[in-house]
Design a protein around this ligand. Structure first.
Ligand code: ZN
Length: 281
């Protein structure tokens, strides 16, 4: 992918600068980033990952491939490039505050949203039990790498319904991994974003994390810093923003608990008490 195409493919849609921050107020949660290649997450939503980590979220990263075709250097083998890019990804995750990085080791460029990939994702979701998953929008219409489409679709199909229904991939249960429900999916690179995160206080961390991907960035670190700083600001009308398509799969557990309490209390309450209970919501 050329540098211009790369920049274009990571840019968020520009439908307005307002940040919605419900998820930030509601946390801290456990989050899992699931993307195709080292560097995907930093370009798309590294500021959001940095912000979530700073808010006390526990963040995990899953990389479906190690990006072993992303070079024009004819001296480098697949294995050498994969090792370089895995280390760059670990360095970026250290900068952001990510707890653990997992590489699935699929060959770069040939990712398929098949039952094998879906099963690997289901197993990781059952193991790490994230509330929020950040991934690619696999259905965007414009130019995109096939691996980005494939991982976006595989993640969506893993989250609904496979991970929550124990009869999908039943060997997980034999290994002690229970079914799980993910609350929210935030999809980057979307044509139609509806959730924006103000990364003003985390732009510097995002830029540092991008610069960790030395084998991928064109130009000097200072040029990269300037270019990406300007792009993030222009996407948010002056405020650096990252944009997502948000899909809420179920309401947060905390809200369900408070609703359950209300329901449990209702038989004991007089009818006059009910308007007060509604007003508290
Ligand atoms: Zn990529």
């Amino acid at each position: 992918m050329g540098i211009l195409e790369r920049v274009r493919s990571f840019l968020p849609g520009n439908n307005g600068p307002t940040a919605n921050d419900e998820l930030e107020k509601d946390g801290p949660h456990t989050g899992m980033v699931i993307v195709a290649h080292p560097d995907d997450a930093e370009f798309m939503f590294g500021g959001t990952v940095a912000k979530f980590c700073a808010l006390g979220w526990t963040m995990y990263y899953v990389l479906a491939t190690s990006g072993d075709k992303g070079t024009h250097d004819e001296e480098l083998s697949h294995q050498e490039l994969a090792a370089i890019r895995e280390q760059e990804q670990r360095d970026a995750c250290d900068v952001l505050g990510v707890k653990e990085v997992i590489f699935l080791g699929h060959p770069d460029g040939f990712l398929k949203p098949d039952e094998e990939l879906r099963g690997e994702i289901v197993r990781l979701l059952r193991q790490y039990r994230p509330d929020v998953v950040l991934t690619w929008d696999g259905f965007r219409q414009g130019f995109n790498h096939s691996d980005h489409r494939a991982i976006g679709i595989a993640v969506r199909d893993a989250i609904y319904p496979a991970v929550r229904d124990h009869l999908y991939y039943p060997s997980d249960k034999e290994d002690g991994l229970e079914a799980h429900k993910v609350n929210e999916m935030l999809m980057g690179g979307s044509d139609d974003p509806d959730y924006r995160v103000d990364i003003s206080d985390h732009l510097e961390t995002k830029l540092k994390a991008i610069i960790c991907h030395k084998s991928q960035i064109g130009g000097t670190p200072e040029e990269v810093r300037k270019r990406w700083s300007a792009r993030m600001r222009s996407a948010g009308g002056g405020t650096p923003m990252e944009s997502f398509k948000r899909v809420s799969i179920r309401r947060p557990a905390r809200q369900q608990e408070s609703e359950k309490k209300e329901t449990d209390q209702k038989p004991a309450e007089s009818s006059e008490a009910q308007p007060a209970a509604s007003a508290q919501r």
